[in-house]
Write a protein that binds this ligand. Structure first.
Ligand code: TRP
Length: 337
């Protein structure tokens, strides 16, 4: 149906520490997709600065996200790992899309409403236009598939609307593909260790609420031990977790990390108490995250290597995006050579 060959694009913002939710909800899936697709994985620094970032922290976080991609197993020779700002096509195409997207469309974006909060007058213009930049990220490469979490589906729909409107406005059917989401499985939604109704988040004031990818074995053990639970033993099947969000989250983490299912985990641990389960969970976390954490540490000690990966990735990304931009300008009647 589509005239476009399959290509994956996704982005992660370099803000704050990466945690288990980022890994199970996004990065691990990126690793798997590289078997099937040509992929671009982008550290979206221009998105990060829609909210003020401490420069030294932005720099460190950019290298941390890139290190996590590499440490998790994305092959930087086969796939393209880069940071957004090094490829000017993102900003250029975002401007074009600022002129394609309608105010009415952006006014419906729930993430802007959440992030801007009550003080909308003080939000940056960039925060408002954020979804147009995200559409540009994807469409500058004519990417067809976009792995995202549930919270980004509205932005991806907007990207499709922009692609379609551009194609219509310039009478260029199929100029841009209508990118499809690759949604993460439900189990990949990792919640706070302190409150099973809130997502695990880098902005949670308590560090005990999350497991950072940089945490060592002792810290992981401490956080799992201190994770909130309830007094009941574990149920024998997932239905028994319905009203127990904290228990459900820990079982979900165990299942996700072990490539298992909640059913299988509970058939093993049903009837046991949390002390037992937590020590098994700690062991699994350390087994699965330990090697990646160690590799991230090694990469952090060698920022020159990581910067090289980003620069080489940006060169390769530019080679794909530049001809698309040339066609965009040509199609619109913008003189450009
Ligand atoms: N908005 C995404 C997020 O917060 C990050 C992102 C930016 C992205 N550009 C993208 C994701 C393009 C997928 C495709 O998580």
């Amino acid at each position: 149906m589509s005239a476009h060959s399959p290509r994956v694009f996704s982005g992660v913002q370099p803000t704050g520490n990466l945690h288990l939710g980022n890994y199970l909800g996004a990065i691990r899936n990126f690793v798997r997709l590289q078997e099937e697709y040509d992929c671009l994985y982008c550290v979206v620094d221009l998105h990060a600065v829609t909210i003020w970032q401490e420069p030294a922290e932005l720099r460190a976080a950019t290298l941390e996200v890139a290190s996590a991609f590499i440490a998790a197993g994305i092959d930087p020779e086969k796939q393209i790992i880069f940071n957004q700002s090094q490829v000017s096509a993102h900003a250029e195409l975002a401007w074009i899309f600022n002129c394609v997207a309608r105010l009415g469309w952006l006014n419906r974006m729930t993430q802007f409403k959440d992030k801007a909060g009550k003080n909308r007058e003080k939000a940056s213009v960039g925060l408002y236009a954020y979804p147009n930049l995200m559409a540009a990220d994807i469409l500058a490469y004519r990417a067809t598939h976009v792995p995202i979490g549930e919270d980004q589906t509205q932005h991806l729909e907007l990207a499709r609307d922009i692609a379609q409107k551009f194609n219509n406005d310039f009478n260029a059917p199929d100029f841009f593909p209508l990118p499809e989401p690759l949604l993460q499985a439900e189990g990949a939604r990792i919640m706070s260790l302190k409150d099973g109704s809130k997502k695990m988040s880098k902005s949670d004031p308590s560090d005990l609420a999350r497991i950072n990818l940089s945490d060592d074995a002792d810290l992981i053990a401490r956080k799992v031990r201190k994770a909130r639970t309830d007094p009941e033993p574990l149920p024998g099947d997932p239905a028994g977790l319905a009203e127990r969000p904290e228990a459900r989250n820990l079982v979900g983490i165990y299942a996700a990390l072990g490539d298992s299912s909640m059913e299988r985990v509970l058939s093993e641990f049903g009837g046991r108490n949390f002390a037992d389960f937590k020590s098994a969970l700690t062991e699994l976390c350390v087994e699965k995250l330990g090697p990646m954490g160690a590799e991230m540490k090694r990469l952090t000690a060698d920022p020159g290597y990581v910067e090289d990966v980003l620069a080489r990735g940006a060169d390769r990304a530019r080679a794909i995006a530049a001809p698309v931009m040339a066609e965009v300008y040509q199609t619109m009647g913008i003189v450009h050579r």
